[in-house]
Design a protein around this ligand. Structure first.
Ligand code: ATP
Ligand code: MG
Length: 657
């Protein structure tokens, strides 16, 4: 037998811990015994969680895994997802509670109560039905963060149609690919969107996308920017309808129909960090159960008391699970903000938190690092004392960013929950429980009660504490993907073939256990670097760089190297006041990494850059930086937020800077 080398070297150590205060722990929704309860009988545990929902017909079996990897949860159960997110709160006497504090980028606002939400969703459901949309049809939604986006999603759920939400900033090509892939019958969009203080056309792009798209029968257009746009909204008579003309006059009465627990709820494409996006399919009962459960225990949400704000875009899974489904099922009062965080000024988020007394705030590491770059004096100007839980999602959060978040935003007292999950998992899988876990900055720590995750080596054997390898999910979970739309083979290949013998779900992420057995996410397996036989994670080197006071953001890649196999090339963005980034500064950073995690991880080259290539959901696209570092033609950039970033970086590199 050949000896297995560790799948990942374990370099960075971080020993700070932050237990919850006794006060927080005492009032928390989830207590420590939840782990044991779930372990004692997982199916029984999930059956209990499903009781959070209102079912028209109760299920007869919790889980059917006989046709793995195609799961069925709450078999035989029937429910209406929109009824669970809206109507039942009105029926229980909370019609006057604000569901959504909507904030437009230009400063206009709209408060929507549950009673109003019920009317809007019912009207939109009637409108879709009037156009012939029936259960099983696909409706594509390309909208910015306006309330109609939420009405439209819930209206689809109400009538059993699947939505496929496409990020508002995506190009006509990206929209068309998604419309065609799912054979969408209806597209819902807006005339234009506000972006960084300016109105930009949206409908014109949709028209370009839909040229010759045969499946699309109607296009519904929300009027948002109106006369702010130059020129008229392009219009196709017979196909295009204004939302307000179609929807506003509909009846606000709509009888929700109960659908099977496994009825498809939506398709959503992954963000494309590692390659061509995949159309992920989610269904109803299990998805809503786990999003509601996780929103309750991870954020410690108290209906009617908390004001919650998840800053994600509706175009990503975080927007689906933690703006729409989980929170609304839990009768949230939440902020929905239309615009960018620096319009009209860099304190916009803090101003909104102050105004609405936001108590739970959930955002992404990329934004936290941006806030760090802008400077701590900006949040310091606002009253953030309402905050009691902070969350992070999307990428590994570097320990320094975590500490900054807790200190500068959370007054050095709020729990910070680092939540690991994916479009495919549907809900949070690995995360601290804010009232239980002694938090470790940079670690997502432990699978939630009811969830099972492991770090394994190449052979699928669990690695010992202190070891690194691949993250797998070794037991099915309620909100798991039910497939890749129209491509069962890709579903099996991508997620289930790597550890088919064990039947594990392969997440595609590297991870390690620390000595306590807590899980640390180490970035994409595709991004792992191999330097002189050492398998080094991008995350660890990036975190070492970010721990230097001059560095705001860092991205690290392995570039082919004649002597070491791969050499580490780092791209860094300096903080506002950090000086010129000349040779001495670069040398200092190289030495800093060597000191923090060891000489093997010392970058061969460090480039100071102004921007990093990111997906529209804010994740760093290392594969493009690898192309630059290896002087290759740059790969697929269709999900990049700003494609000019790559030209900037390449030209900087060629000029030797
Ligand atoms: P694609 O699969 O098309 O490349 P993507 O993986 O970026 O796209 P998402 O499903 O939005 O699309 O992202 C999930 C990934 O985000 C995870 O696999 C992981 O790499 C990363 N991630 C999310 N949250 C965390 C977290 N808290 N810590 C570390 N990594 C995280
Ligand atoms: Mg992925």
């Amino acid at each position: 037998m050949t000896e297995q080398s560790p799948a990942l070297d374990n370099l960075l150590t971080e020993s700070r811990t932050f237990p919850p205060s006794a006060e927080f722990a005492g009032q928390a929704n989830a207590k420590a015994d939840l782990y044991a309860t779930a372990d004692a009988d997982r199916e029984q545990f999930w059956a209990g969680q499903a009781e959070r929902l209102s079912w028209d017909t109760k299920w007869s079996q919790v889980l059917d895994w006989t046709n793995a990897p195609f799961a069925k949860w709450f078999v035989g159960g029937k429910l209406n997802v929109a009824y669970n997110c809206v109507d039942r709160h009105v029926e229980s006497g909370h019609g006057d509670q604000v569901a959504i504090h909507w904030v437009g980028e230009p400063g206009d606002t709209r408060d929507i109560t549950y009673a109003q939400l019920k009317d809007e969703v019912s009207k939109a459901a009637n409108a879709l039905s009037s156009l012939g949309v029936v259960a099983g049809d696909v409706v594509a939604i390309q909208l910015q963060m306006v309330p109609e986006a939420i009405f439209a999603m819930l209206a689809c759920a109400r009538i059993g149609a699947l939505h496929s939400v496409v990020f508002g900033g995506f190009s006509p090509t990206a929209l068309r690919a998604r419309v065609d892939d799912a054979a969408a019958k209806i597209v819902i969009t807006s005339d234009g969107q506000y972006r960084r203080g300016k109105a930009a056309p949206m409908k014109a792009n949709v028209d370009e996308a839909l040229q010759g798209a045969e499946t699309v029968q109607k296009v519904i257009v929300v009027k948002r920017t109106g006369s702010d746009l130059e020129g008229e909204t392009p219009w196709t008579e017979g196909r295009d309808l204004w939302w307000h003309e179609l929807v506003d006059g509909q009846s606000a009465e709509h009888q929700p129909e109960a659908f099977d627990s496994e009825h498809p709820l939506f398709i959503l494409y992954t963000s494309g960090t590692t390659g061509k996006p995949k159309g992920i399919l989610h269904t109803s009962g299990g998805y809503l159960t786990q999003t509601a459960y996780t929103h309750n225990v991870v954020f410690d949400h108290k209906p009617g008391e908390d004001v919650y704000w998840c800053t994600a875009d509706i175009g990503w899974i975080t927007g689906h699970s933690y703006i729409v489904y989980g929170p609304l099922a839990n009768r949230v009062t939440q902020v929905v903000y239309e615009g960018t965080p620096n319009t009209p000024h860099e304190g916009r988020h803090w101003e909104i938190i102050q105004k609405y007394k936001v108590s739970i705030y959930y955002t992404a590491p990329t934004l936290i690092r941006t806030f760090m770059k802008w400077g701590e004096d900006i949040p310091a100007k606002y009253d953030l004392s309402s905050l009691r839980v902070l969350g992070s999602v999307g990428e590994p959060i570097n320990p320094e960013a975590w500490i900054w978040y807790r200190e500068k935003i959370g007054a050095n007292k709020t729990p910070v929950v680092d939540t690991w999950w994916q479009t495919e998992t549907g809900s949070i899988m690995i995360s601290p429980l804010p009232g239980v876990t002694s938090a470790k900055p940079g670690s997502a720590q432990r699978a939630l009660p009811g969830i099972s995750a492991k770090v394994v080596d190449d052979t699928g054997t669990e690695v010992p504490h202190g070891g690194g390898g691949y993250l797998v999910l070794d037991k099915p979970w309620p909100s798991m993907l039910r497939g890749v739309w129209g491509d069962d083979e890709r579903f099996r290949d991508t997620y289930w073939s790597r550890f088919s013998e064990q039947g594990y779900y392969f997440a595609g992420d590297g991870a390690k256990y620390d000595d306590d057995g807590d899980i640390w996410l180490l970035g994409r397996v595709d991004d792992v670097m191999n330097v002189s036989g050492h398998r080094i994670s991008t995350t660890e080197v990036e975190s070492a760089l970010v721990s230097h006071p001059t560095v705001a953001e860092a991205a690290v890649v392995g570039a082919t190297d004649p002597t070491t196999g791969q050499g580490i090339v780092a791209f860094v963005i300096l903080r506002g006041n950090a000086g010129d980034g000349g040779d001495a500064a670069v040398q200092e950073l190289r030495n800093h990494v060597a000191k923090e995690i060891g000489p093997i991880a010392k970058p061969r080259q460090i480039m100071v850059v102004a921007e990093l290539p990111k997906t529209r959901s804010g994740k760093i696209m290392r594969r493009l930086l690898r192309d630059v570092a290896e002087n290759r033609q740059i790969g697929d950039v269709t999900t990049l937020a700003d494609s000019s970033v790559m030209d900037l970086i390449s030209s900087g590199l060629n000029s030797g800077k």
